[in-house]
Ligand binder design. Structure first.
Ligand code: FAD
Ligand code: NA7
Length: 544
């Protein structure tokens, strides 16, 4: 234990709060509860240091596709002014540097025990405390448990036959060796063409001897438009931060631009293409989907206008018509919008081969490489850019039990649920950062909103002498229905992706996000607090 203070509100507890995760979420929560509320806190991460996503994902080409100056904390105005981003989009190294600076600024590490995985968290109905155990043998108790486990953190590696027989090197992009991988002269294979795959492919093609891309689904992706930030531009951003963050927190996707209010449906193609062309030239995936027109994510006609435009671009960029055809998606443009630094043009390189594994599926991984229905591809290095067991993937790896011994993984057997993305009925004082059915946005602003709301709830409980708080099942069911109704009104629910959990074989499509935006989500949270948390039930400390 790195922090021996006992609980200030429940004397029998070791700590006021246990926090799991050292990403954006867990670190801010640690600061908030420890430094602002003066609580005793013990935080854990299974990784060796702070950073979360940006500690473990170090593959070539990795880039945040939120603009750097909005992919950060906004609560600390001094930090906003003192930190200067180098590029419009930010790579892993620079984000980690920023997070390390944040950790130093607030002495975050002194509350953490690293390389320590929380293995079980059981609510004890006799003590009304959480009993926590780790893989290092720690057994501690706390009044509150906060989970910042990450929603794109638990890796998904498809269970291909023969995976362990491969004689070369193999990696998942999210478990990348810190010392890097030498691709020079090597035959490299990559499975997956999502956000990660497209970044990896574009960056690795010039480094590898030969790159073979195993594509199951072609992707709609647009240029990112990255480049260095001038001092003048940076100063301008900093001078306008107050207004920008206000706009971001009241917006839909919280990416720092005004979402369009103009529908594409009904407009002639010359007009829509003019707008799409301007967006293509200036860059940004979320901008292309949400800044151009207001109805791309909800209207099939508008969506098809964007799809047709991108398919035309693929034909123009890719020299070989057969390869261009393989790269063209014909389904909805309704997954997380992607952007890239020259993805389609990469297929004009002589050392890149595109293999369509939807037409000819992978049969097995062999000692020499990948065997598809068309034949064997011999490789020295195989990379899995196959994504994540999103949202609840890290939750179900921990033995989490609430009242009456209810296990979280049983409660979430068919689909993960929550009340407003942060709380779970039957699990008292269990506070989730980016839990299921939270907002689908640029994530740091949503994380801030949730951390601040959770912290306010905990403070309010302390002021009122409340020992436990939990939402009602009725409220949770209502929130799930709200999220599903909103999702069903969009085209996103009609596409298969990690947003609905369908990237995991055998998993039913289920709503995992609140798709009505950060602004209206924050209104819901504020109304809940203003009502005195009317959808929660509380137990007073004096009643225990
Ligand atoms: P994470 O950073 O995922 O941290 C979770 C932490 O919990 C991890 O350190 C993990 O080790 C720890 N943990 C989990 N289980 C346990 C356990 N049982 N015991 C101990 N520790 C545990 N978001 C955007 O908004 N914009 C982007 O452009 C963007 N780009 C991304 C690119 C990539 C390649 C990836 C993978 C994600 C990207 N994201 C992006 C999402 C990103 O995950 C979030 O923006 C943000 O970093 C999440 O922070 P977090 O603290 O919630 O979780
Ligand atoms: P994604 O978006 O889930 O992409 C995973 C890719 O891997 C995608 O192309 C999948 O094809 C492919 N995949 C997964 N399983 C298989 C199998 N069995 N065979 C062949 N291909 C497979 O993950 P990312 O890491 O790219 O991005 C996730 C988020 O993290 C992203 O939005 C960023 O925010 C960071 P499919 O499309 O399912 O056919």
């Amino acid at each position: 234990m790195s922090n021996q203070a006992r609980s200030t509100t429940m004397p029998s507890a070791d700590f006021d709060a246990i926090i799991i995760g050292a990403g954006f979420g867990g670190m801010y929560m640690t600061h908030k509860l420890r430094d602002e509320l003066g609580m005793s806190v013990q935080s854990y991460d299974k990784d060796g240091d702070i950073g979360g996503t940006w500690f473990s994902n170090r593959y070539p080409g990795i880039l945040s596709d939120t603009e750097s100056f909005y992919y950060c904390y906004s609560f600390d105005k001094e930090l906003l002014q003192e930190w200067t981003w180098k590029n419009r989009y930010v790579n892993q190294e620079e984000i980690l540097e920023y997070l390390e600076h944040f950790a130093d600024r607030y002495e975050i590490r002194k509350s953490y025990q690293f390389d320590t995985k929380v293995t079980s968290a059981i609510f004890n109905e006799i003590t009304n405390l959480w009993d926590i155990e780790t893989n290092k043998g720690d057994k501690v108790t706390a009044q509150h448990l906060v989970t910042g486990l990450g929603l794109l953190s638990a890796t998904n590696i498809p269970n291909f036959k023969g995976r362990e027989t491969f004689k070369g090197q193999q990696f998942h992009t999210a478990n990348w060796p810190h010392e890097g991988v030498d691709f020079s002269g090597k035959r490299v294979g990559v499975i997956g063409t999502g956000s990660t795959g497209t970044q990896f492919i574009t960056s690795t093609a010039p480094l590898a001897g030969h790159l073979t891309v195993f594509q199951r689904s072609p992707q709609y992706t647009v240029p990112i438009g990255n480049g260095p930030i001038s001092e003048e531009f940076s100063n301008d951003i900093k001078a306008n931060y107050d207004a920008s963050w206000k706009q971001i927190k009241g917006s839909m996707v919280a990416f720092g631009f005004e979402e369009s209010t103009v529908p594409a449906a009904g407009l002639p193609v010359e007009e829509t293409d003019k707008v799409f062309e301007a967006a293509w030239q200036s860059g940004g995936g979320f901008r292309f989907m949400f800044e151009t027109f207001s109805d791309i994510a909800v209207d099939a006609g508008a969506n098809e206008a964007a799809c047709t435009f991108i398919r035309k671009k693929i034909s123009e960029i890719v020299n070989d018509p057969e390869t261009a055809e393989k790269l063209k998606p014909y389904d909805l443009y309704a997954k997380r919008p992607l952007c890239d630094s020259g993805y389609y043009a990469t297929y004009n390189r002589d050392n890149v081969t595109l293999v369509d594994v939807k037409a000819h599926p992978i049969i097995e991984i062999t000692p020499k490489g990948v065997l598809t229905e068309e034949g064997e591809h011999e490789l020295d290095i195989l990379v899995y850019a196959t994504g994540f067991d999103s949202v609840d993937g890290n939750y179900t790896k921990i033995d989490i039990r609430g009242r009456d011994g209810l296990q979280m993984k049983d409660k979430w057997e068919h689909a993960p649920t929550s009340y407003v993305g942060v709380a779970s009925s039957g699990f008292p004082n269990f506070h989730m950062i980016l839990g299921p059915n939270g907002p689908f946005t640029n994530l740091p602003p949503s994380i801030e909103v949730q951390v601040e709301w959770i912290s306010d709830l905990i403070k309010d409980m302390r002021d009122k002498g409340q020992a436990t708080a939990e939402p009602t099942q009725e409220a949770e069911t209502g929130w799930t229905t709200t999220c599903k109704d909103i999702a069903d009104a969009t085209l996103f629910s009609k596409a298969e992706s990690w947003i609905f959990g369908t990237n995991i074989p055998g998993r039913e499509s289920s709503v995992q996000f609140y798709l009505a935006g950060l602004g209206s989500y924050t209104d819901v949270l504020n109304e809940e607090a203003a009502s005195g948390y009317k959808n929660f039930t509380f137990k007073l400390t004096s009643e225990l």
